[in-house]
Design a protein around this ligand. Structure first.
Ligand SMILES: [Cu+2]
Length: 289
């Protein structure tokens, strides 16, 4: 009972994965989990119920009562539950493979999603090695590109580093952010995940499964948020003494707000770089960097 009280504190639901964002992969993970869970519960209650019923009904009575029939082996029953269990495994395997494609492969953006202006080859990250028939590194999942034109989805680079996440956004200007990832709603967001020091793991429970962030390799995952809101997660791979502080927040805003945020963030970055350069110059040559 105490263990059951713990899941909410671990950012999970009571007995199923979260999917509050409406991201198709998160929803499919939850549905697959529930199908498996319900099948398991049916078997659990059938077996335990029969066991408890038999224990009570055929218990030894001190006075009177006849000794119940003593049965040693029953071939039809034994064959039956062996085939039944095998059949159940086949059903679970088939259902899993039906859902797996939709969890792994990105869905298309919604019609009201973000459309980058004139986004073509120039806006793709140059060293993304695993997409479009390029080289495939062993830690990378061979994930299909989202359906639809290239300007209809967003490819964001995620870098795990002790102890924060950095996000690099595609576009003609340099835009990056730390800890907070801003994305447009209704748009398929593909993450190219890597790390620059030790192994980390990207995980926002509401947006789907985990993806390892491994130095020297790029892993991919994706999500599509249909509901504006903020979704929290933690680094899911112990990465050092401040691992617990390595949180991330994904905030979904409307495509218009996203466009406005991109412009402002680019301007803020430019301004802070200019101020830094000015500060260095006014400190004069020979000052500590
Ligand atoms: Cu970490």
């Amino acid at each position: 009972m105490l263990a059951l009280a713990a899941p909410p504190a671990a950012l999970a639901n009571w007995f199923s994965p979260e999917d509050d964002s409406g991201s198709p992969n998160a929803t499919k993970i939850k549905t697959l989990y529930l199908i498996t869970f319900i099948l398991g519960m049916i078997i659990f209650f059938a077996v335990e119920g029969l066991l408890i019923y038999s224990l009570v009904k055929f218990r030894h009575r001190r006075r009177g009562g006849t000794t119940p029939a003593q049965i040693r082996g029953n071939t039809p029953l034994e064959v039956g539950w062996t085939l039944g269990a095998a059949g159940l495994l086949v059903i679970l395997a088939v259902v899993t493979f039906i859902f797996l494609g939709g969890i792994k492969n990105p869905a298309a953006s919604n019609s009201n999603g973000f459309v980058a202006e004139g986004k073509q080859d120039g806006m793709k990250f140059a060293d993304d090695g695993s997409r479009g028939g390029g080289k495939l590194q062993f830690a990378a999942k061979d994930q299909a590109a989202p359906p639809g034109p290239a300007n209809k989805h967003l490819e964001i680079r995620v870098n795990g580093q002790q102890y924060l996440w950095r996000f690099d956004y595609p576009g003609s200007q340099q835009v990056f952010s730390y800890h907070d990832l801003i994305v447009p709603t209704g748009t398929t967001v593909v993450l190219d995940i890597t790390a620059s020091d030790v192994a980390h793991s990207w995980w926002i429970p509401d947006l789907g499964g985990k993806a390892d962030a491994i130095p020297g390799h790029t892993n991919h995952t994706w999500f599509r948020i249909d509901k504006p809101g903020s979704y929290w997660g933690n680094c899911a791979e112990f990465c050092g003494e401040n691992h617990a502080d390595m949180t991330a927040r994904v905030t979904a805003v409307t495509p218009d707000q996203y466009r406005a945020w991109l412009t402002k963030q680019a301007a803020d970055i430019k301004q802070s770089q200019a101020l830094l350069s000015l500060a260095r110059k006014t400190r004069g040559a020979g000052a500590t960097p």
